[in-house]
Design a protein around this ligand. Structure first.
Ligand code: PSU
Ligand code: MN
Length: 310
């Protein structure tokens, strides 16, 4: 942890601080999924369940958000509840994180901003649902999520269920390769597509145990390569919705978003809420299941990293 920065800007929850000081396993969790990714009250219930899954798998959860300009590493129950229903919460990526801190705003952290804050606190593993990526129509919009560049520069391992097919998945993988980000399929040869266990795309790399992933992370650090690792963890078969079933909903949601003239950081949240409505909420249970599945793997990975350095 950088104690200078930490002292000025970070409020690290006591249990997280203790775990970090003792070299124990800690898993960061993002908050944009709570404020802009899921409806209330399922968002708060899910956030709590995900924290419980991290604990059951031997690690300490640290949900990250900005409250009145303070970078919170670990939220209390009351803070989590407030955040899930609050208005005027900004969606923060790398570009707007310092603005929210400087002007004492409230903000939810995306994958990019959560990686930055986790790294400031000394947390090396982070679990989420899906990452942002290259949007379809990038040829005209130039819409590429800052999550991808963050993976290239900040040394945090991100466990996700691949990326949603609302994105251009082949270009997302191409971009990650260009920026030098290892993309590891956990026990799979195919890049998972969020609700679905597989896509048409081969996953660039494959590892089958948390220990092997921990070894890759340590090796990348030892070689001085910088940046993170993306772990793509397929949703359990029992919970998946096959890609074919989702594609019509996705095409319609993208058309809706276009017709509304939405652009910039509003695009992903509007696409997600449109999909929720169009599937009659069916996509949500799937979403919750995969986040928990990622939290369990992230906790085991953090445990493996902590043990190997204890
Ligand atoms: N993808 C999802 N669910 C989400 C997000 C992405 O399947 O909740 C959120 C994450 O916080 C991610 C952010 O970091 O959206 C990406 O937004 P943008 O595309 O504006 O970078
Ligand atoms: Mn964008």
């Amino acid at each position: 942890m950088n104690y200078d920065i930490a002292g000025r800007y970070l409020d690290v929850a006591p249990n997280v601080r203790k775990a970090l000081a003792q070299g124990e396993a800690v898993v960061a969790l993002e908050s944009t999924i709570i404020t802009h990714g899921m409806p209330y009250p399922q968002n708060v219930a899910t956030a709590r369940e995900v924290e419980a899954v991290v604990r059951e798998n031997g690690a300490v959860p640290a949900t990250i958000a900005i409250i009145e300009g303070r970078i919170k590493i670990g939220l209390s129950d009351a803070e989590l509840d407030w955040l899930g229903n609050a208005r005027d919460v900004m969606k923060l990526s790398r570009a707007d994180l310092p603005y929210a801190v400087a002007t004492r705003r409230h903000g939810a952290t995306t994958v990019a901003a959560t990686m930055i804050c986790a790294h400031l606190a000394g947390i090396r593993v982070f679990a989420t649902g899906g990452i942002g990526g290259v949007h379809r129509g990038v040829e005209t919009s130039m819409d590429i999520s800052a999550d991808l560049d963050e993976l290239a520069r900040t040394p945090v391992a991100v466990v996700c269920a691949g990326a949603k097919a609302i994105l251009d998945l082949p270009r997302t993988l191409e971009y990650l390769e260009t920026r030098g980000v290892p993309v590891v399929g956990y026990g799979t040869d195919r890049f998972p597509a969020f609700w679905s266990r597989t896509s048409e795309l081969p996953v660039p790399l494959r590892l089958d145990t948390p220990e092997a992933i921990a070894d890759l992370i340590r090796t990348k650090e030892a070689l001085g390569l910088g940046g993170g690792v993306l772990v793509a963890n397929p949703i359990p078969s029992a919970d998946e919705i096959p890609a074919g079933e989702m594609s019509a909903f996705i095409d319609a949601a993208i058309a809706d978003t276009k017709a509304q003239g939405v652009s910039g950081k509003a695009v992903t949240p509007i696409l997600l809420s449109t999909l929720f409505e169009r599937t009659g909420g069916r996509s949500l249970a799937t979403n919750i299941a995969l986040v928990k599945n990622n939290a369990a793997l992230a906790a085991r990975l953090a445990g493996s990293l902590a043990r190997s350095e204890g």
